[in-house]
Design a protein around this ligand. Structure first.
Ligand code: ATP
Ligand code: MG
Length: 570
């Protein structure tokens, strides 16, 4: 964790103060509470960075809690992948746990307790059953400037409320017929405080509990209970929950009255919530619903398509956990909503890969060069990584025929083109100086073969007479090069804000050129590339061997990011 000493943001100061005041009972406990209804994305990674990061910083623990209180759309597939992705990001949940795995909790394992708490509230006259219709509901709730009207349920006896609530639980009513509400304040200027719903009826099977329940707790009721029962000290979430905080505190107060707060180190642990700005990134969407739509309608190849802002997509794209953390660090933690440029994330990825990725040569759009005066085979030696003194050298065979990238050749060109032209000289990376003498074309005028000669005194790449050769070109030996497929990714959307015309219209901003697949050749060492191994292809970009598609002798490389970098972080 890299929360540098300079980043003394408000969350850190808040926790520090509580630690000093002895409010944590000796241990800071946080939680990351994803709902298992989709894969986690870069926005969640930010929350992971905050929740796990703060626990790490204070030597405490962070729980991974699946917030599975909403039965529809949740699944084990999502749950398993959330775990995999957080672990890949480099974080480990710790603490007691509720079912054998330390630090791991399912909110649904607390349903019995939540139900008990709800009954306690009814018995204390602090919750009641309500059967207003949708229309009545709107009318009764009122608007912020005007108080709402009391639901008739407010006057119902405790005994009758208990009876209705038990019947709700027993499945005697249909969805929406009744709900359980907190009795708080129908005149509060905060709408969330006007007798909010605590439980609703939903006849939907839960992915773990099946049909055990047909009533489910609302987030605002469940979340503070989960935090309190787990002994969480600091509960951090995004800004939209700020207006819910009084309700969070109200529930915690009730738990305190019921004697349900945990005690640690002689201190009663009272969880508190604070809010920070969500991470927004331009040129993408982040709502799980829209990401699911991209997947289910086939606009991308899956949740882990390298164009997706999901953690698994970024992994498959070749992004590193370190770069993602560095990005979160640089974006910072604040209460101001803002948009981040994906170029900053790409910059972080380049910074890391430039230092760590082995250099290799790959030709993505090959055209053959024949060196007419070259005989036999020689061996070129190049560093694995010029920035890494311990990186060692690699050996690459070099013969009479090589592949170069088509873009590196122009039959005729002006003086600004420092690559290969007829009559001009270039350096073949690590090998020699080469002079092009001509090219062969097919009937459409497309170049099919380039010819030339090498300077036999230039082995290694420099001319003994000291003459200058500006261009250096990468190549792959035809005899020993290995065929490979390259997937070239661009942004998924052409528009900075794909949602600018609303969520129904975002598909029209899909970038039709976000994926281009080409075939070419790579130097022979890459025949042994392992899935997920990252490289810099010299002069071309950073690539990663695909996590899944490297089968048999098929090599597939995904472009992580290009080399070009005009972006400068602030
Ligand atoms: P989505 O809107 O994408 O469906 P969500 O907020 O419903 O996301 P949850 O699984 O409930 O998804 O989120 C788990 C945690 O991640 C929450 O604490 C939430 O505040 C946080 N989170 C979600 N999106 C972002 C984001 N863009 N930036 C920072 N934190 C986020
Ligand atoms: Mg949510």
């Amino acid at each position: 964790m890299n929360q540098s000493d300079t980043s003394r943001h408000f969350l850190r100061q808040w926790i520090e103060k509580d630690v000093l005041a002895g409010k944590t009972g000796g241990k800071v406990v946080t939680r990351f509470p994803p709902e298992p209804n989709g894969y986690i994305h870069i926005g969640h990674a930010k929350a992971v960075f905050v929740d796990f990061g703060m626990a790490e910083l204070f030597g405490g623990e962070c729980h991974l809690r699946l917030d599975d209180t909403n039965p529809a759309k949740e699944s084990d597939e999502y749950a398993e992948n959330i775990k995999k992705d957080i672990a890949w990001l480099g974080y480990r949940w710790s603490g007691e746990g509720d079912a054998g795995e330390s630090g791991f909790y399912n909110a649904s394992n607390m349903f019995d307790k939540m139900y008990e708490i709800a009954e306690n509230l009814i018995k204390a006259g602090k919750a009641y059953c309500c059967n207003l219709t949708q229309e009545q509901w709107k009318e009764y709730r009122g608007v912020p400037e005007r108080p709402g009207k009391p639901s008739p349920g407010r006057e119902t006896s405790v005994e009758r409320n208990l009876e209705i609530f038990r019947d709700m639980k027993a499945g005697k009513y249909a969805d929406g017929e009744w709900c359980l509400r907190a009795k708080i304040d129908m005149a509060s200027p905060n709408i969330h405080f006007r007798d909010p719903v605590l439980y609703r009826i939903r006849h939907v099977s839960h992915y773990h509990l099946g049909d055990k329940w047909c009533i489910y707790p609302m987030y605002d009721f469940a979340h503070p209970i989960e935090d309190a029962l787990e002994g969480v000290t600091h509960s951090m979430c995004t800004l939209e929950f700020e207006v819910h905080r009084p309700l969070y505190d109200w529930v915690v107060d009730r738990l305190d009255e019921m004697g349900m707060l945990r005690v640690r180190g002689g201190v009663k642990i009272r969880p508190e919530q604070r809010e920070f700005a969500r991470l927004n990134i331009t040129y993408t969407v982040m709502s799980k619903r829209l990401l699911l739509q991209l997947v289910s309608e086939g606009h991308v190849a899956g949740w882990d398509d390298p164009r997706m802002p999901t953690v698994c997509g970024m992994r498959r794209r070749g992004y590193t956990p370190g770069a993602i953390r560095e990005f979160c660090e640089r974006v910072g933690i604040s209460k101001m909503e803002s948009e981040s440029d994906p170029a900053l994330l790409e910059w972080c990825v380049r910074e890391e890969l430039n230092a760590t990725a082995p250099r290799r040569m790959a030709v993505l759009d090959p055209v053959k060069v024949v060196i007419d005066n070259f005989e036999g085979v020689r061996e070129v030696q190049l560093p694995n990584n010029p920035l890494d003194p311990d990186g060692g050298m690699r050996k690459i065979p070099f013969g009479r025929e090589i592949w170069i990238d088509r873009a590196d050749f122009m039959e005729e060109a002006d003086k600004k083109f420092f690559r290969m032209t007829v009559g001009g000289e270039v350096r073949l990376r690590g090998a020699c100086i080469f002079k092009c003498t001509g090219c062969l074309k097919d009937e459409t005028g497309r170049v099919v073969e380039i010819h030339g000669v090498w300077d036999e005194n230039s082995w290694g790449g420099s001319a003994p007479d000291g003459r200058k050769v500006k261009g250096t070109i990468h190549w792959v030996d035809v005899a020993t090069g290995v065929k490979a497929q390259f997937r070239l990714y661009e942004r998924l959307f052409t528009e900075k804000d794909p949602l600018k015309d609303g969520p129904a219209e975002f598909l029209k901003y899909l970038n039709p050129d976000s994926l281009k697949t080409v075939s070419g050749y790579v130097e022979p060492l890459l025949a042994a590339a392992r899935p997920s191994e990252r490289f810099q292809f010299e002069r071309t970009g950073y690539f990663v061997a695909d996590e899944y598609d490297m089968k048999g002798d098929c090599l597939v490389f995904n472009r992580t990011v290009t080399l070009k970098d005009s972006y400068k972080p602030a």
